[in-house]
Design a protein around this ligand. Structure first.
Ligand code: ZN
Length: 74
């Protein structure tokens, strides 16, 4: 009985440590992999000529780049 609970306790500790390590690794990786990528693409789209924001034409409903000359086709 005592040894059984000891094994369970050990397994629980191992699982908790393992999960904690996994979470710690993930929390460490996410800001490193995701955030610089997002800010970099944001900067790129802002600096480049790629259309960043789309605007819906109130007349024909066509989406076009904001500030871009748009002609409605009847
Ligand atoms: Zn239009």
């Amino acid at each position: 009985m005592l040894s059984f609970s000891k094994i369970i306790f050990t397994a629980l500790v191992v699982i908790v440590v393992w999960q904690g390590f996994k979470l710690f690794n993930r929390a460490k990786q996410v800001p490193k992999n995701d955030q610089p990528k997002q800010t970099r693409s944001e900067k790129k789209s802002k600096a480049g000529s790629a259309p960043q924001e789309m605007e819906k034409c109130p007349n024909c409903g066509v989406y076009h780049a904001e500030g871009f000359a748009h002609r409605c086709d009847g």
